[in-house]
Structures are given as C-alpha cells and as structure tokens.
Design a protein around this ligand. Sequence first.
Ligand code: ZN
Length: 577
Amino acid sequence: MKRCVLIMLSAVLLMALFCSPAQATGSKLIALTFDDGPGQYTDQLLDGLKARGAKATFFVLGDCVQYHQDTVARAFQEGHQIGEHSFSHPDLTLLSRGEIQKQFQDLTKLLDHACGSGTRYMVRPPFGKTNDVVEQAVGAPLIQWNVDPLDWACRDAQEVKRCLVNHASDGAILLAHDLYSTTVDGALAAVDDLQAQGYEFVTVSELFRRRGVALKNGAVYYRCSSTGKDLGAISAPKISVTPKGEQYLVTLSAQEGVPIYYTIDGTPVRQDSTQYTGPFMVSTPVTIQATAAYDLNGSRSETVFQTLTQPQAQPPVLSLEEDGLTFSCSTPEASVYYTVTGVQDTSEQRYDGAALSLDPGVTVTAYAKAPGFLQSAAATAVYSPSKNFFCDVFPDAWYFDAVDSICAEGIMECTEPGCFQPDSPVTRGQLVMALYHASGDPVPGGHSPFQDVSTEDACADAVLWAYSNGIVLGYDDRSFRPQNSITRQELAVFLHRFLRWNGTDLPRPDLSGYRDIAGIAHWARKPVGELTAGHILTGSNGYFDPTATASRGQTAALLCRTLEYCQQSISASPVSE
Ligand code: ZN
C-alpha cells in the first residue's frame, strides 16, 4: 500500500514537474532592442522583422531621429516600440536634473510627430549609466539589458548571431545597435534560430504586460523572468459594416477591455487618433484603419484596414409636366421612393412610373436605390400655392412667398425649369426685365442706346423701356453691362427710380436704424433712406450691408414690397376725375 501510494505520489510530482511550467508560462518571450539609431540600415532591419513577424524595441537618439522621421513612423506603425535613449547620448549621471529632462523633452517633441501627442516612451540611459537623480528625472521606466553581443566592437554578423543565440533565455532583453549592416544580418539570423527554438519576439512593453508585471516610472529593469502567467498577444480588431441609407454604419470590436483606435481619413493610427466608443457612420469612398491597443507604442494588435468604395446612386430628377410630376434617375436599375408633405401628406411610396398629380402647396422628397449602390442623396421640390414648381426654393426660406408671387405674376422667372437660383446674384439685365414686366407697359419702339445690348437679347425691350423712362442710365462708354451683378445699394437706386417713375411718393429718408451708414455711397443715401422709411428695405440686425451683392431671392422680396407699396399709395390717393 505504502509503496503504491509513494509511486502514485511520485507520478503526480513528475507530472507537475513536466506539465505545469509549460502550461503556466505559455510561450517563451524575448525582447530584442536596438540602440543609437535610427540609421541607414534600420529600414532593412524593419523589412526583415516584418518578414519574420517579429517585434522589437528601438531606443532612439534625437540626433538620428531628425534625419529619419519616416523610419520612426514606420517602426511605430508596424507595431514596434519606440523608446528614448536621450537626444545626444551624454552620460546622464554627469548632468543636472534640468539637463537630463531637456534631453528627453526635446526628443519627445520630435517623436510625437511620428507617434502622436500623448505617447509614452520608456527610457534606456546611454551607456546604461544611471543613478538616483537620473531615475527621478526621467519619469519613465528605465530598461537595461541582460545580453550584450558587443556588436559595435566585433562588426561580425556570425559573431553577433552566435552571441545572441547562445545567451538568449526566456524573458531576456537583448541589446544591439541598428547602425551596422553586420548587426542587422546577425540579429535577423538570430531571430530565425530562436524562433525555431520556440521564442516569440515581443516589444519590451509586451514582455512585461504579458507576464502581468506593471512597470514603474524610475525603476530599472534588466529582464522579465517567467511569472507563471502569459496574458497572450492582442488580437486585431474586427471591422463590420452595414449599409444604412446613404452611408455605412461601422462597428468595431476587439478583445474585452482592449481600447480600439481608428482613423477614417487614410492617415495611420496614432496615439492621438480617435478612440472607439460606439458604432459610427461613414460616407464612401473611405478607408477605415483600426488597431486594438493597451498602448499604441508597443502593446498593440496589428492594424486592420477596410476600404469601402460602393458609390451612391444619383439623386432622382423631379420634373413637372402637364400631366403631373415624374421622377427619373440616371443610375441603372434605380427605384425611386418619394414622400409628399404639406396640404397632401403621404407615407413613403415607390414610384411606379405614372405621373403624379399634385395639389398646390406640397413638398415632394425623393431618393433612389439601386443594386450595387448606396442610397442616393434626397432631392426635393415644391409645387407652390401659386402653382410654381421649384427644386431650390422651399417654404422655410424667408423669401419663399415673395418668389412664389413674383414668379406667378411673370415678373421674374426660373433660369431653367424648377430652378430659381435664389442665392445667385441678380444681374442688371434680369433686374431691368423684372421692372419692365412689373410696369405692364407695352413693347417700346426704338433702338437700343447701348452698344452691348442688341435687339436679339432677351432684355432688349426692357432695357430700352428703362432707359427711356430714366430708370437706367448706363455707363459713360455707352455700355449697359447686362450680365453684371449689382450691389444692394445699386438695387435700392433702381427701385427708387422705378417708384419715382410710377409717381409714387416716399416718406422722408430715415437711415437711423443702420450702424453702417458710413459705408453707404453718397448717391445711394437718399434712395436707401426713403425705401427704408417706406419699409421696403429693412436691413439685417441693424446693418444695411450696402456693397454686398444682391441675390435673386432678396431681389424678389424687395420687388414684392415695392409693388405692394405702389398699390397702397394708389388706393390711398384721392380719387381724381
Ligand atoms: Zn547608446
């Protein structure tokens, strides 16, 4: 019995001896570090590490970073860790606290260009020389090493490899210098050999994090022996996208508790990139880049990319024909969906190709969907109370009623079907035509007094009428310049002359409500003042803004008020025989 129990106990002990270390420690981790760079061979080293799936840590010098910014950015983006070795490689133990801090502050500023502001950098003191002052001054963990192949002295790839391989152990921190091609060749050969032995090359950050060791600022570390724990590598996040109307809804997911950083503007993920907090919308084309990281500088996953190029369908074109409203869309196989609001109210309908009869006073909104396309932007049109059809003037605009009535009376018109262009400048030709239409006068006889207005021009009759009635004078060179836009004070002068011609009396000028009187031209003060006193002009927030260009929307509103003013003064006049 006793013997039997003993045998069983020994068996359990043996199993514990053989099994538990392997299970508890997980993989053999090792940190390869490079000092004094970056240099001319660093990119070649990064190529080699990338091909081998190995991560390393670079303790860089400010003097070298200045000339190799792109290399630092590349190393950071490829998941290596960037550490600080000082700016100019002094013996820190001979410097004051302030001098030590300046060495690292200047370097941090340079490195943040590549890694993003807010990045934390571990420190390796030059020559490995440190003391209490240094440890307090740097405010970061100090990382030494326990394997040194003296690669800077031997300059022999075989020797560098032999030394790294022979002295490697689980948890070791290996020192090398990426300044020599012999070091790059030797280190990469050592990576091959040690990976074959089951070593995983990780950054210094990951070596300690995976073993559950929290590094302290000002403490000095030489290696990280097995703690019996391996928290495992950080998996790349997943990007999932769902089309939602005109855009995509993007959801990112990663291992529980690991923050995700992302960009959607094509720039690499950095420490100052957006941290994911929940699903978000993107428009195409877009490239989403995402990295899961406890610390983007060394404790991170690989970066995942997803490019979304699916185009949007073209918005439908709404046209009002005699038999009603029709929709068309230039995207192949598109279906159009529409909603009517206003005096009629319908839920969303699919357009079946039959013209839609509309009641005046409705707004129609439509969009297109097509296979292989995202939903189009919405297109909107109004069938106004006065039966005008507008795709660019809507009831929420302050000048809507004026534009509607001015168009209904044929005083102004759309520049093309459905298109009033309310925000475009009104031209001199357009304004004179509007005044002429408003006058109701017959077509005048005679020839154009202006060398740039011929009888074929749309505004020819109007210009002739306006000139004969003293409403326009033209320029000294006998030009009228019908395509020129006009300012608000010029518009006031034209309207004022129109009222005078019409025989309408205006009240005494009043400019007291404007804070920018000084900016109003001398020749425009009386007209602006009288039109203001007659409530035709109002300005905006106490400003008249005399030299701003008059828009078509504003012009419609002022014409409307001018014509109403004429009407009122006619009805107020005593009836003569
Ligand atoms: Zn050094």
